[in-house]
Design a binder for this molecule. Structure first.
Ligand SMILES: *[C@@H]1O[C@H](CO)[C@@H](O)[C@H](O)[C@H]1NC(C)=O
Ligand SMILES: *[C@@H]1O[C@H](CO)[C@@H](O)[C@H](O)[C@H]1NC(C)=O
Ligand SMILES: *[C@@H]1O[C@H](CO)[C@@H](O)[C@H](O)[C@H]1NC(C)=O
Ligand SMILES: *[C@@H]1O[C@H](CO)[C@@H](O)[C@H](O)[C@H]1NC(C)=O
Length: 449
C-alpha cells in the first residue's frame, strides 16, 4: 500500500497540474467580492488588561486547573454530571461516539416525567467538547440538561471520539477511512444518531442544534432523505454553513485553485489534516496547558484565537482559551475541507465535485455534481447569525434562508451583540443569554413542535 502510494504521488501531482480534464471550470456563477474583513488579531492594551483581570478573577482555581485537558466524559464527571457513551454504527460502517447526559444534578430523573431528547452537532474542525467548554451554567450541553432535557453530544466521523469502523482495515491510518465530507455526515451520521436516540428514548422526534457544518449536515439529510423531516421537532441552526460564497476566510488563493490540486491534496497527508499538529507547531506542545497559563494566554494564545475566530474582545473568556484549543481546531478530512472550498468558489450548495468529468458522470450522471434541493425541507427551523461572522457572512445567511421553504423557516435571528463571530456561538461568554436562552424557551414551550 505505502510504496505504491509514494510512487503514485508525483504522477498525481503532474496529473493535477497538467490534466486538462481537471481544469474544467466549476459552475459559472462564482461570485468574488473584494470584501475582505478586517482581521483584528492583535489585542489592544485594554484587551490585555481585561485578560489579566479575568485570570485574577477565577473563582475556583483548583477546578480551573483540574479541567485542563479533560475529554467530554471526564469533564462531565468532574463537574458532577452523569454521562453515558453510546456507540452508533452508520449505514456505511463508521462507528461514532455519542455522549448522553441523561439528567443533571439540577434536574434529576422523576418517575413518569419524560425528558425530550436534544442532539448537539458541532462544526468543521470541532468536536462535541465545543458544547462543554464554558462554565456549567453557560455551556449549551449542561444548560439543556439543567432545564430538563435528555442531551446527546454528538461527534461526527473522523473526530477523535468517533474513529471506529466495522471494517478493521478502515483505521485512521488508512486514507480510505478519510474519504468522506459533510455529505456523508449528513446522509449517514445524522440519521444513525437520530435512530439511536429514538431507540433509547422511544420518542417520535428530537430537537437538533447544529453549529455551522452541523447545520449543513442536517440540511443535507432533510433534502436528500425527506422522510427524516418528521423526526425533527425543531432544528436550531447556529451560523449554518450552507451557502458560503461571501466567506472572508483568508484562503482565497487555495479556494480559487481547488480544482487543480484537490485530487493530490485529498490523497496527500493520508486524507486528513491534523490541525492539532498545526496548533502545536504555532503554540508549542500541549497548547491547552500552555495557553491556560496567564502570561501565555494574554500574550500569544488569545491573539491566535482572534486570528482563527475573528475578534470579539467583549465576549472572550481569556481564561478558557487553552481549553478551547482542545476542542478546536482538531483533525478533519481533507475532502471535507475541499468540499467547502468548492462551495465557497461556486457559491452553490452541491455534492462533492470529483474534478474529473468522467467520475462526476459516473457518480451523478452529469458532468457537474448534483446540487442539494432544499424545497422539501419541512421541519421547523430557526436560524441564528452573527453580524461579525466572517466565515458565514450575513449575505450568505440571506441566500441560505431564501432557499428554505417559508413554511419551515420559523425565525431568522440576528444575535444581539456587536462583534458576534462564528465561534462565539459556542465560546462567547454570554452565549447563554444571547443565544441559548432562546433555544431553551422554544423547546420548553414546544413553540414549533
Ligand atoms: C471564565 O472562565 C472561568 C473558568 O475558566 C470562570 O471561572 C469564569 O466564571 C468565566 N467567566 C465568565 C464571565 O464566563
Ligand atoms: C464504544 O467504543 C469504545 C471505543 O471503541 C469502547 O471502548 C467502548 O467499550 C464501547 N462502548 C460500548 C457501550 O459499546
Ligand atoms: C420533493 O417533493 C416532490 C413532491 O412530493 C417530489 O416529486 C420530489 O421528488 C421531491 N424532491 C426531492 C429532492 O426529494
Ligand atoms: C416561553 O417560555 C418562557 C419561559 O420559559 C416564557 O417566559 C415565555 O413567555 C414563553 N413564550 C411563549 C410564546 O409562550
Amino acid at each position: 500500500m505505502l510504496p505504491m502510494k509514494s510512487t503514485l504521488l508525483p504522477i498525481q501531482i503532474l496529473l493535477s497540474i497538467f490534466s486538462p480534464t481537471l481544469r474544467h471550470r466549476f459552475e459559472e456563477n462564482a461570485i468574488w467580492e473584494k470584501d475582505y474583513p478586517e482581521i483584528k488579531a492583535l489585542m489592544s492594551s485594554d484587551d490585555k488588561r481585561e485578560c489579566h483581570q479575568q485570570f485574577k478573577d477565577i473563582q475556583d482555581p483548583q477546578l480551573h486547573s483540574d479541567l485542563i485537558g479533560l475529554s467530554i466524559d471526564q469533564r462531565l464527571i468532574r463537574l458532577g454530571y452523569p454521562v453515558q457513551r453510546i456507540n452508533v454504527t452508520t449505514e456505511d460502517g463508521y462507528i461514532l461516539g455519542i455522549y448522553r447526559i441523561p439528567f443533571s444534578p439540577k434536574s434529576p430523573l422523576v418517575e413518569g416525567v419524560v425528558k425530550k431528547p436534544v442532539i448537539l452537532q458541532h462544526g468543521l474542525g470541532g468536536n462535541g467538547l465545543c458544547f462543554l467548554i464554558q462554565d456549567s451554567s453557560r455551556n449549551l450541553a449542561m444548560m439543556l440538561a439543567d432545564y430538563g432535557f435528555d442531551v446527546y453530544v454528538s461527534n461526527f466521523r473522523g473526530s477523535s471520539y468517533s474513529q471506529g469502523h466495522i471494517d478493521p482495515d478502515m483505521t485512521p491510518d488508512n486514507w480510505r477511512y478519510w474519504d468522506f465530507s459533510f455529505h456523508e455526515m449528513g446522509i449517514f451520521d445524522v440519521p444513525a444518531i437520530i435512530e439511536a436516540v429514538t431507540d433509547i428514548t422511544k420518542q417520535e422526534s428530537v430537537y437538533y442544534v447544529g453549529h455551522s457544518m452541523g447545520a449543513a449536515a442536517l440540511t443535507i439529510l432533510l433534502s436528500e432523505r425527506p422522510e427524516y423531516n418528521s423526526r425533527i421537532a425543531t432544528a436550531f441552526f447556529l451560523a449554518p454553513a450552507v451557502y458560503l460564497g461571501h466567506t472572508g476566510l483568508y484562503l482565497h488563493a487555495f479556494v480559487r485553485s481547488v480544482n487543480y490540486y484537490q485530487y493530490t491534496f485529498n490523497k496527500f497527508l493520508g486524507g486528513k489534516l491534523e490541525m492539532e499538529r498545526l496548533v502545536e507547531i504555532l503554540l508549542g506542545s500541549s497548547p491547552n496547558y500552555r495557553c491556560s497559563a496567564e502570561e501565555y494566554a494574554c500574550e500569544i494564545c488569545a491573539n491566535m484565537f482572534n486570528l482563527l475566530a475573528g475578534y470579539d474582545g467583549p465576549q472572550t473568556n481569556y481564561t478558557q482559551v487553552g481549553q478551547i484549543f482542545d476542542a478546536f481546531p482538531v483533525t478533519m478530512s481533507t475532502k471535507t475541507l475541499t468540499h467547502f472550498f468548492q462551495m465557497i468558489k461556486t457559491n452553490t450548495f452541491c455534492q462533492f465535485n470529483h474534478g474529473f468529468k468522467v467520475i462526476n458522470r459516473l457518480r451523478y450522471g452529469r458532468r457537474t455534481p448534483t446540487c442539494y434541493n432544499m424545497e422539501n425541507i419541512s421541519s421547523p427551523l430557526l436560524v441564528f447569525w452573527g453580524a461579525n461572522d466572517f466565515v458565514v457572512k450575513p449575505q450568505d445567511i440571506g441566500k441560505t434562508v431564501s432557499h428554505i421553504p417559508k413554511a419551515a423557516l420559523k425565525e431568522c435571528i440576528k444575535v444581539d451583540s456587536e462583534y458576534f463571530t462564528h465561534l462565539d456561538f459556542i465560546f462567547a461568554k454570554d452565549a447563554n443569554t444571547l443565544v441559548y436562552k432562546k433555544i431553551v424557551d422554544v423547546m420548553l414551550n414546544a413553540t414549533y413542535g
